[in-house]
Write a protein that binds this ligand. Structure first.
Ligand code: TRP
Length: 378
């Protein structure tokens, strides 16, 4: 596939590759999405009481048609949620961030979630992958989703390979209306791209529209997801109304930075990510080796302070592990002034992470007994 010829540090954001320093303002301009404004957030908080941490801190920072969806909601048209996961491996903390926000939306708006596990996509795009493996990870990843607390009544998990019969007619309707030229321009297909991959985007579009087929109700889908998925929604939005559906709306989040210097948390660099199944000692070790904004020596850092803006550890507090704004500010201050050194900050984080993961794994284990209740074909 194209796109990889950009220089080392140049930003590349596609559904299959995220590289370089991500400039989110630039993505809003280049993708043509809308920033989340104060007004829109105020509208949102009418339904959610307090604004969710991830909105307040602009972890979710951009959207398409969120205003339209809320306007319709106000007039009595509900919406459904749709998001998903490419099961290429185990789940890490970065994956959980948008799912937690999705759970919040599901609870506040009492609405259905369709969750697509794309065992077919990950098989097609990775030369090494086998279907057996991607299907196994789909099951494993579903456990992590369920462990977050989604209720089965409102949650419908789609395993593409197993559920293709359900998706196929909608997928065909979509595929017929997207030309190769549009798909190539959007996704960067080349002559060497396998034809499964070329067709595949129609499958990611299908769950946007599946609710009508299942219930008869024609309502918009709202998709909370990282911004790298946006190209799919661009092509889907273009054809939605021709097929008699609402355009799917999106709310886009940032990538949780990895523990290395710069870049997102990448499953292909396991030492830069905390996976949900990482044992406590490994979590400690990864945190201990993480990139921070600290100085060469403790003496120097006590004197001149450190830089939280480049620190991967601070990002974890910001995204997930320090919900109190006041406390976050205090931590930032203690860092900048050299009052608190990196060792202490890392130890705190490792503790919080391990506590969280311990609980998560208990719920994940319980999810094994009820996973069938979440299957779209239950
Ligand atoms: N393509 C996504 C990935 O590789 C998986 C996915 C399918 C998805 N449908 C989605 C992600 C809807 C977000 C929203 O991870």
């Amino acid at each position: 596939m194209a796109s990889s010829d950009a220089g080392e540090n140049e930003m590349v954001v596609t559904p299959w590759e995220v590289r370089g320093k991500v400039d989110y303002e630039r993505l809003i301009r280049e993708f043509g999405t809308q920033p989340l404004t104060e007004d829109l957030l105020k509208k949102m908080s009418k339904y959610t009481d307090k604004l969710h941490l991830q909105l307040q801190r602009r972890v979710f920072f951009s959207h398409r048609d969120l205003d339209t969806v809320l306007d319709l909601y106000e007039k009595g048209t509900r919406f459904v949620l749709y998001t998903g996961r490419g099961p290429s491996g185990p789940v890490h903390i970065g994956h959980l961030v948008p799912w937690m926000f999705t759970l919040h939306l599901q609870q506040k708006f009492d609405t259905r979630l369709y969750f697509q596990l794309t065992d077919d996509e990950k098989f097609l795009v990775d030369d090494e992958a086998s279907l057996e493996e991607t299907r196994k990870f789909a099951y494993e990843n579903a456990l992590d989703l369920i462990a977050l607390g989604f209720k089965p009544e409102n949650t419908f998990i789609i395993y593409d390979v197993e559920d293709i019969d359900l998706l196929y007619d909608v997928t065909l309707e979509v595929a017929k209306r997207i030309t190769y030229s549009t798909a190539r321009a959007t996704f960067g297909f080349e002559d060497s791209t396998n034809i499964g991959w070329v067709f595949w985007p129609a499958l990611q579009a299908a769950p946007c529209f599946i609710h009508k087929k299942l219930t008869g109700e024609n309502v918009p889908a709202l998709i909370p997801a990282a911004i790298d998925q946006d190209p799919y929604w661009r092509v889907t939005r273009d054809i939605a109304q021709k097929l008699g559906y609402h355009k799917p709306a999106q709310i886009h989040c940032r990538f949780l930075p990895g523990l290395g210097a710069g870049g997102k948390m990448s499953a292909s660099m396991p030492e830069t990510s905390i996976f949900t199944m990482d044992p406590p000692d490994l979590v400690k070790r990864k945190i201990w080796n993480a990139f921070t904004g600290g100085k060469g020596t403790a003496t120097e850092q006590r004197k001149t302070g450190a830089d939280p803006t480049v620190c991967s550890i601070f990002q974890y507090y910001y995204y997930l592990f320090e919900e109190e704004d006041q406390r976050l500010t205090e931590r930032e201050h203690a860092c900048k002034t050299g009052e608190m050194l990196c060792g202490e900050c890392k130890r705190d984080l490792a503790e919080r992470l391990n506590k969280f993961l311990e609980e998560h794994r208990k719920r994940r284990e319980k999810a094994k007994d009820k996973i069938v209740e979440y299957h779209i074909k239950r």
